[in-house]
Design a protein around this ligand. Structure first.
Ligand SMILES: [Zn+2]
Length: 131
């Protein structure tokens, strides 16, 4: 009787259905799908354009954005200056390498921000900006 092993009952996160990181992904990327295959997104690539550059190159789209904002400023401040959000692309674990490669072919005046959430604790949220 002395060798009896103690059984420890640990409460698993969400009953073991998903890890905290998977939960985080579902919260952050809610209602979005991988832009390529439709799977659950693991990263987001945001394409941003400097407001003055965007205004010069795409005056009609800029005017439409201003109109959509009710005459307001559609740009927002970042550490790289005021930016216009051009597009967001989502990619799952399988498609993210391809998405990164595709993002490299952006016009050189567009900035892309890679936001990635790994599934393990040693993979924290990474936000990279490429010019
Ligand atoms: Zn995919």
């Amino acid at each position: 009787m002395g060798d009896e092993k103690k059984v420890l009952h640990m409460r698993k996160f969400d009953g073991g259905n998903r890890s905290p990181a998977e939960f985080f992904r579902q919260q952050v990327y809610a209602n979005t799908k991988c832009s390529m295959c439709g799977g659950p997104p693991a990263m987001r690539i945001r394409f941003l354009a400097p407001v003055d550059e965007f205004q010069r190159r795409e005056p009609e789209i800029y005017a439409a954005l201003v109109l959509k904002m009710g005459g307001g400023d559609p740009s927002f401040p970042t550490t790289y200056g005021k930016m216009i959000h051009v597009e967001s692309v989502f990619a799952c674990d399988q498609c993210k390498q391809g998405a990164r490669r595709a993002a490299a072919h952006k016009p050189d005046w567009v900035l892309c921000e890679f936001e990635e959430m790994g599934l393990e604790e040693k993979h924290p949220l990474i936000i990279q900006v490429a010019r």
